[in-house]
Write a protein that binds this ligand. Structure first.
Ligand SMILES: *Cc1c(COP(=O)(O)O)cnc(C)c1O
Length: 379
């Protein structure tokens, strides 16, 4: 069985260093807001290329805190509009709506699966204040045009970098391209903790100070509360583990890129479409999405032949029950089609060449046998 992602193997790769880091925290007697957070925040800010990094409880909170800080600082008002890609994970949208802001959904480009920059301007109104740019699947979503639009319309560019740690645009890391970025260290992400974790990166010191307070009860110093915040801290254990894994992130991303290159070079099937290929530095392949009209049959076929795949994501946010009635009359045919056709193949830094070959062989069967998918038996 080729599993979609083996977290066990991913952790085992650096087991010695991780055990050493965990023991250090256990023995230190200091479990929150200590040296480990300080070290990781400094190293991650250096890695991304921003002045500040603020650790917090998870990626959703990181994004929530960015918009909450804009509101606290009077930069944005509840009811303001944020443009975001319609085919993102629900957390991107929740971060907007949690703050009483309005998420304006814009279709992705079907060739890249990222926000379609030619459709942004039509969605701008006098209340548009920000673009939340999601680097979905590990691929850089930033374009020169998006930068120009933000400048021309005075929009605050926020990045959702939950899936793209280490990805770059013209030598600069995603997470440093806008005013602030939210990062998730959910275990399955490219840089994953052994539990929940997240961070905000930014060059803006006022914003950073506000976010640091918000994630710690709104406290600016002990027992002094400037904001009604929450408890949303990164703990010392996770910070210590993340600091270890950060040292290996580039090497792990390179291994993911090798798997992706092998897929791009060898998958050959008229019924399957691959997203347009980018130079490696612009894609750290958090996921490897493919498109297939007969996606469900393909997934079943792969499963029967020992390959686990996932769908990212089967129901787009605007069709979720939690948002019933929110975007009435909004037509998102591309997003809805992608939700029906997307399938994510296994990809990770611990996949073997042999496993990659099996995946390629199975998805590259001549179209004749794919046409008879249901008849295919284990070979
Ligand atoms: C994982 C993810 C998040 C949220 O991160 P958590 O740490 O799980 O809260 C936000 N946005 C995107 C695009 C994600 O994939």
């Amino acid at each position: 069985m080729i599993s979609f992602l083996s977290l066990k193997d991913i952790t085992a790769k650096y087991a010695d260093e991780i055990h050493e880091a965990v023991s250090r925290v256990v023995d230190s007697g200091w479990y929150l807001q200590g040296k480990e957070n300080e070290a990781f925040e400094q190293h991650y800010a250096e890695y991304i290329g921003t002045k500040h990094c603020i650790g917090c409880a998870n990626g959703l909170d990181a994004l929530i805190w960015i918009y909450r800080a804009y509101i606290e600082l009077g930069v944005m008002q509840p009811g303001d509009e944020v443009i975001v890609s319609a085919n993102t994970y629900i957390a991107s949208i929740l971060a907007i709506t949690e703050n009483g802001l309005k998420a304006v959904l814009v279709e992705p480009n079907p060739d890249t699966l990222e926000l379609d920059d030619s459709k942004i301007e039509a969605a701008i109104t006098p209340r548009t204040k920000s673009i939340l740019l999601v680097h979905l699947y590990g691929r850089c979503a930033y374009t020169e045009k998006i930068g120009e639009i933000c400048e021309r319309y005075h929009l605050h560019l926020v990045e959702d970098n939950a899936q793209a740690h280490g990805c770059t645009y013209q030598g600069r890391k995603t997470g440093s391209l806008g005013e602030a970025a939210g990062h998730s260290f959910y275990p399955g992400k490219n840089l994953g903790a052994l539990g929940d974790g997240g961070a905000v990166t930014t060059d803006n010191t006022t914003l950073a100070d506000c976010i640091r307070a918000l994630a710690n009860y709104g406290s600016t110093k002990k027992y002094v509360f400037k904001y009604c915040g929450r408890n949303s801290r990164l703990d010392e254990m996770q910070a210590a583990v993340l600091d270890v894994k950060l040292r290996h992130l580039d090497e792990d991303n390179r291994l993911r890129q090798q798997v992706a290159a092998f897929y791009y070079d060898n998958i050959n099937n008229p019924l399957i479409t691959l997203p347009k290929r980018l130079p490696d530095e612009n894609n750290v392949y958090h996921l490897f999405p493919i498109l297939c009209e007969r996606r469900d049959e393909l997934q079943q076929y792969l499963k029967e032949n020992g390959v686990q795949t996932l769908i990212h994501y089967p129901i787009p946010p605007h069709l979720q029950e939690c948002y019933a009635g929110m975007w009435q009359g909004v037509q998102l045919p591309i997003t809805e089609r992608l939700a029906k056709q997307e399938l994510s193949l296994p990809i990770s830094q611990v996949m073997t060449k042999e496993e990659c070959e099996i995946v390629v062989r199975l998805v590259s069967r001549p179209s004749k046998s794919l046409n008879n998918l249901k008849l295919c038996k284990k070979s």
